[in-house]
Design a protein around this ligand. Sequence first.
Ligand SMILES: C[S@@+](CC[C@H](N)C(=O)[O-])C[C@H]1O[C@@H](n2cnc3c(N)ncnc32)[C@H](O)[C@@H]1O
Length: 240
Amino acid sequence: MLISPVPNKTGSRGNSEKGLIMTQISGQVEAHFHKTFKQFDSYYNQNKNFLSRLIDSRFRRSMQLRFQKIIDGVSPYSLKTVLDIGCGTGRYCFALASKGIERALGIDFAQNMILEAQRLATEFQFSHICQFIQGDFLTLPIEEPFHHVFAVGVLDYIDQPVPFVKKMIESSKESVMISFPSKGGFVQKCRKFLFQKIKKCPVFFYTQEDINRIAREAGATHFTIEPLAQDYFLTIKCHR
Ligand SMILES: C[S@@+](CC[C@H](N)C(=O)[O-])C[C@H]1O[C@@H](n2cnc3c(N)ncnc32)[C@H](O)[C@@H]1O
């Protein structure tokens, strides 16, 4: 089983203390999500006003569709283990725990995301199923494979996608599921401007050909790529 230090609660991110090697890009991404964890999690709030629901339906359709793809992709749930990379506040793990999976491990390098996921796990009484650890997926040791390994809304912020996907494949014994934001169009231009110029957080976009190449270079042989609103959704079958 993967073992990692439980983050402290001092509020400091403390990555250098943990010996994590971060590139400038991953450092900016981690800083952004550490700061904005509350705003990010509010997407999952059910009691939204009309304006927020309108924005969600226009700009965040992908988030709803990919959530459903993961829920369907993991089924049947009994005795299954999942690894949620870039888990944020753990909402996917909680949804799967409520469906009956055996174990969920969420990894995220943003400390506030992990602290909030741990708090919610206690609040929802899922701590015996869902575990959350802070760290960069690329440098954390994964000592035994999980049935399903997924990263949703994460490849948007990864500058080296091939080693990332390769490690996901190595960590899985059944499937790997990944969302990729698609290149082109008005929404992509708005998002790129907002993230890079205003939020100072790097963001990356992909064509279907890019994803095909990334999957092959990462060692995938059996995979599908589906368009999903503003995303593509890659499913890789793993054989162990
Ligand atoms: C947009 S959030 C998505 C959270 C969650 N998957 C969801 O959809 O609710 C992206 C998350 O990926 C995390 N992340 C990005 N690169 C990472 C890496 N290399 N290792 C661990 N976490 C990473 C960020 O800190 C952030 O919390």
